[in-house]
Design a binder for this molecule. Sequence first.
Ligand SMILES: [Zn+2]
Ligand SMILES: [Zn+2]
Length: 236
Amino acid sequence: MAVRLVYPPRCISCGAMVEEDFGLCGPCWRDTPFIAGLVCDLCGVPLPGEEDGTAIHCDACLATARPWSRGRAVMRYDGNGRRLVLALKHGDRHDVAHPAGRWLARTAAPMGLEGMVIAPVPLHWTRLLARRFNQAALLAHALARQTGLPVIPDLLTRKRRTRSLKGLDHATRHETLDAAIVADPRHARRIAGARILLVDDVMTSGATLSAATQACLQAGAGEVCILALARAGAAP
Ligand SMILES: [Zn+2]
Ligand SMILES: [Zn+2]
């Protein structure tokens, strides 16, 4: 392809030339904390033990009610995982989104993607202006290209700016966020009874994804699953 001759594929982490457009060179692939094996069926955190086909849940998901039904994450949010997320968030790195879309598709597959509608977790418009684009929306579009599933980038919107969550306890975080995310009534028909796949770049406590899930369910969604590029707080 002519484009390849001008822009030979490079590793999205270290910039080394790579043979194919797989996103990462061999060493960077090995250094990226991709999550594999047995995982929590709600948040995707890796768990010790063998996969035997039954859904199991981590301590955090047992302690905190999750309004969504299943969840996965591509990698742990540390080391190279953290670097890639930050590159996407602050660096306008659309080259990261393309391979990330493939990783997201592969990671989400066990949840059963058929008939799903993809929606990103929304940024507040003031943050959207400051940052120029919503990295969750970028990932949602990349996932849609990989899977052929429909994506509704503005399915959810922020009502008002969420104040900084730093220093707030868990319950207050939920309250602050709950009021802040709503489903856009223009999409009411597409949401009703639908299986929604919510996409975000990082899942930390899950408070934002909970608020986004509640908004979908309140708007009549049949089921909500969640998918994050990286899971923070996941033990190595
Ligand atoms: Zn590399
Ligand atoms: Zn979990």
